[in-house]
Design a binder for this molecule. Structure first.
Ligand code: AMP
Length: 443
């Protein structure tokens, strides 16, 4: 078995890894680190959650720290291109963490925040720059930085970068880089467009694949519940309360649906935040920080905004809408069940989404049985015992005080709820808004 000691990393990096609690390298680290240190180009198929960031960050830090920048200005020697702002921040933070004993300058730049602030950050240069393609290209075109000294180029989540239509920017960026450099390409999926990019950029690359194509992590329990489209918000509120979910990432298809759902949950007394492309970067970062810290129990996101999110031990992911691309299902539910932890992925499937469910099952090679919405009892969701007026009757169960308080933590009181004094103890879990309740009972 390979250990970190076998990977020829410097004592500072080994000490940092020990401090971070990384006991042994993950499979992609075992393969990628020696290949990168030996100077090979690389094409690696790996999803988020496999330890892929460290698999390129550690050897890059190792290489650069062997020849530290001589002057006050740090030329850009390694560039990591990422598809989204969130990933830029996350990857930049990870690299800073890994290299903190070695004095390298690591900077992330991305759109959506003030240009001049980022220019100022770059005044003294950066050994490692993490960037989204658009903002980087703007800076290069305005001669605000130079990639001439570049030694290493990384594409992180190359498939998503191409999905988001960055191929023109990538082509333009390459014009600013030296021909002689080591290129590493990481992608969750290897479709024809990623292979074409690799073909154009990589020289005699080593190939690494750590998970079978489109595999779902084994620790993730998957559930698909049959729900009418109009009931989705109510069913979700019911599941969150009934399952006593404390931290749930919810995916919607559009920005508008994210905002609408967020408002509906807040209306139900469940604090929620939305992140998507229409939100300012500041709002997105604040929402993410509050959710990661457990201050807000529900984060509603579109695929693009949530790409690359790494939330420690995230217990639940919900597909409020099934993704149009089955590959996105794998990306989405890959946010839970990481690093060997258990996770639950719930999909709310409307009748017109059933064909998408079949495409997902075909892609992942795992059948996804459509089930009725389960009964929620004592914080557990009991599958196979469908919700009926009888087992769902609000008056039949006593409230669970702590859970009720936890679910409503920090929220404004529900508009429709009677005051505590006037009302008899409310049922737990509570049914959602009346329109949804009616439709659930009519099943
Ligand atoms: P990534 O695939 O880069 O998004 O990493 C997923 C998570 O695994 C991150 O939270 C890392 O901090 C963590 N991680 C990476 N490498 C290791 C390792 N060798 N041992 C334990 N955790 C790790």
């Amino acid at each position: 078995m390979t250990t970190f000691a076998d990977l020829n990393l410097c004592p500072e990096l080994n000490a940092t890894l020990e401090a971070l609690g990384y006991r042994e390298p993950t499979p992609i680290q075992c393969e990628a680190i020696p290949a990168i240190l030996a100077g090979h180009d690389l094409i690696a198929q790996a999803q988020t959650g496999t330890g892929k960031t460290a698999s390129f960050a550690l050897p890059i830090i190792e290489r650069l720290s062997r020849q530290p920048a001589a002057a006050d200005y740090h030329p850009i020697r390694a560039l990591v291109l990422v598809p989204t702002r969130e990933l830029a921040v996350q990857v930049g933070d990870n690299i800073l963490d890994y290299g903190r004993l070695l004095g390298l300058r690591v900077i992330s730049i991305f759109g959506g925040v003030r240009f001049d602030n980022q220019i100022r950050k770059m005044k003294r240069g950066a050994d490692i720059l993490v960037a989204t393609p658009g903002r980087l290209l703007d800076m290069l075109r305005q001669n605000k930085l130079s990639l001439a000294p570049l030694e290493l180029l990384v594409f992180d989540e190359a498939d998503r970068m191409l999905d988001l239509g960055f191929s023109n920017e990538i082509r333009a960026l390459l014009e600013f880089m030296p021909a002689q450099k080591q290129t590493l390409l990481f992608s969750a999926t290897l479709d024809a467009s990623v292979e074409a990019l690799a073909e154009a950029l990589l020289r005699a690359p080593r190939r690494i694949s750590v998970a079978p194509r489109n595999a779902v992590a084994t620790g993730v329990r998957q559930r698909a519940y049959a729900v009418d489209r109009a009931d989705k918000a109510d069913v979700l509120a019911y599941l969150i309360r009934g399952g006593r979910w404390q931290q749930t990432l919810v995916f919607t298809r559009t920005r508008r649906r994210a905002d609408e759902l967020c408002a509906a949950l807040i209306d139900e007394g469940i604090p929620a935040c939305a992140i998507h492309g229409d939100k300012h970067q500041r709002e997105r970062m604040a929402a993410l920080a509050a959710f990661s810290a457990g201050e807000i129990p529900v984060l509603v996101a579109t695929d693009v905004a949530a790409r690359g999110l790494d939330i420690d031990r995230l217990p639940q992911v919900v597909n409020y809408d099934l993704p149009q691309q089955p590959e996105d299902y794998v990306h989405r539910i890959g946010r839970t069940g990481r690093a060997g932890n258990a996770g639950l992925a719930v999909s709310l499937v409307a009748p017109d989404e059933r064909r998408l469910l079949s495409a997902i099952a075909e892609l992942t090679g795992r059948p996804l049985q459509l089930q009725p919405v389960p009964v929620a009892e004592d914080g557990r969701l009991i599958d196979g015992k469908p919700l009926t007026p009888k087992n769902r009757a609000p008056k039949s169960r006593a409230p669970k005080g702590a859970a009720a308080r936890a679910a409503g933590k920090g929220a404004k009181p529900r508009r429709t709820e009677p005051t505590a004094k006037a009302a008899p103890p409310a049922a737990e879990p509570k049914p959602a808004r009346s329109a949804g309740r009616r439709s659930l009972f009519s099943k």
